[in-house]
Design a protein around this ligand. Structure first.
Ligand code: NAD
Ligand code: MG
Length: 393
């Protein structure tokens, strides 16, 4: 029986994780559940899944959750804040940690799970983008198992031999191909992009996800973050990775070998497949995902990325090539810009501008300590808010 902590259990990935666990109560039990401020939803999850611990982002929400559970589930201990999150993520009695908090807020608890040598199921790509080397070192030095949940990286994991940690050259891999749906604006006229609304940006054609990653998919910053994520996970450089637009989202990514073989992983676009894979690896369990019907899919299309339409992708690859805190800056500027766009304060096309200006005007330094990374994140957020203040109408 594996004991699972779900960081961000009220989100899209958190809910899918609970759904898979619920199908295998003989193999997995819920150890801790955490949420930002949604007391009602976390309370319902606590009553249903009976974790040992629950964590809310702030103490006020934690007190309300205590009150709400005082009769229904009085045995659950409730904590708050980053300390509460890092405690449950590194607790001696938890085996697996699903890192499904969105954005930089996930960094410290995810890193704590790696330091504690857990099996880390990584959905929170932002933490790896922010702290790449530090994070991978924590995994390797503490014997943690890092299993990617992002569908592309999970597909790559499934298409690589088990010694991929030695580097692509050693395993005969010549290229990594990451697929992208192209999001909701793949065919929108370029001049109309300025006017698109948050609702349109969140309306993804193939995947049902949280708002931040939905906007990232619409700008293709999500693919940029994924290129960086793949570089760290598979010891690649951006030039070894090709992004391919594949509107059907059935092929989740591909690995090309020197003998000409190209291995791909296919399936219906449902995150329960990578979640079940990472929970059960190296075994397999059912996920509840419908079998893929190739006759229904009928065709698979591939296109090149239009770099003018999706400038964020180029910015991300460049930040990775520069190295140091560049990817921390990229991530922080993007988080601020996406949140301001969702609040209706800037235009969709301003997101890339905010990121570009932040990368040009903030110095990249060696990202070798967590303090440097947190300081760079903080500095970039202040800078981005300042330039957005000048932009906003
Ligand atoms: P979501 O917005 O649906 O859920 C986010 C979760 O994080 C919620 O439980 C929320 O309560 C919690 N949270 C938010 N801010 C917090 C804070 N400050 N402190 C503590 N908790 C906080 O997001 P999601 O779509 O589930 O995505 C989660 C992560 O998984 C993201 O990093 C995303 O990039 C990644 N991911 C998601 C998908 C998907 O299909 N949804 C696919 C691949 C990767
Ligand atoms: Mg993905």
């Amino acid at each position: 029986m594996k004991s699972v902590t779900i960081l961000g259990s009220t989100g899209s990935i958190g809910i899918s994780t609970l759904n898979v666990i619920e199908q295998h109560t003989d193999k997995y039990k819920v150890f801790a559940l955490t949420a930002n401020t949604n007391i009602e939803q976390l309370s319902e999850q606590c009553v249903r899944y009976k974790p040992r611990y629950a964590v809310m982002a702030d103490e006020d929400s934690a007190s309300k959750l205590r009150l709400s559970l005082s009769n229904l589930a009085p045995d659950i201990e409730i904590f708050s804040g980053v300390e509460g999150l890092t405690n449950v993520a590194s607790h001696i009695d938890t085996d697996y940690v699903m890192a499904a908090i969105v954005g930089a807020a996930g960094l410290l608890p995810t890193l704590a799970a790696a330091h504690a040598g857990k099996r880390v199921l990584l959905a929170n790509k932002e933490s790896l983008v922010m702290s790449g080397k530090l994070f991978m070192d924590a995994v390797h030095q503490n014997g943690a198992e890092l299993l990617p949940i992002d569908s592309e990286h999970n597909a790559l994991f499934q298409c690589m031999p088990s010694d991929f940690h030695n580097g692509l050259d050693q395993i005969g891999v010549t290229r990594i191909l990451i697929t992208a749906s192209g999001g909701p604006f793949r065919e929108t006229a370029l001049h109309e992009l300025e006017q698109v609304t948050p609702k349109q940006a969140c309306d993804h054609p193939n995947w049902d996800m949280g708002k931040k990653i939905s906007v990232d998919s619409a700008t293709m910053m999500n693919k940029g973050l994924e290129v960086i994520e793949a570089c760290w996970l598979y010891k690649a450089i951006p030039d070894q990775i090709q992004v391919v637009i594949h509107p059907q989202s059935v092929i989740h990514s591909l690995v090309e070998y020197e003998d000409g073989s190209v291995l791909a992983q296919l399936g219906n676009p449902d995150m329960r497949t990578p979640i079940a894979h990472a929970l059960a690896w190296p075994e397999r369990i059912t996920s509840g995902v419908k079998p893929l019907n190739l006759f229904d899919v009928a065709r698979l299309d591939f296109e090149n990325v239009d770099v003018e339409r999706f400038p964020c992708l180029g910015l991300a690859a460049e930040a990775m090539s520069v190295g140091g805190t560049s990817t921390t800056i990229l991530n922080a500027a993007n988080e601020v810009a996406v949140s301001e766009f969702l609040e209706g304060r800037i235009k969709f096309t301003d997101i890339a501008d905010v990121v570009e200006q932040s990368l040009s005007n903030i110095d990249s330094v060696n990202a070798d300590t967590i303090d440097v990374i947190l300081e760079s994140d903080h500095q970039t957020r202040e800078y981005s808010r300042k330039i957005i203040g000048e932009l906003a109408v």
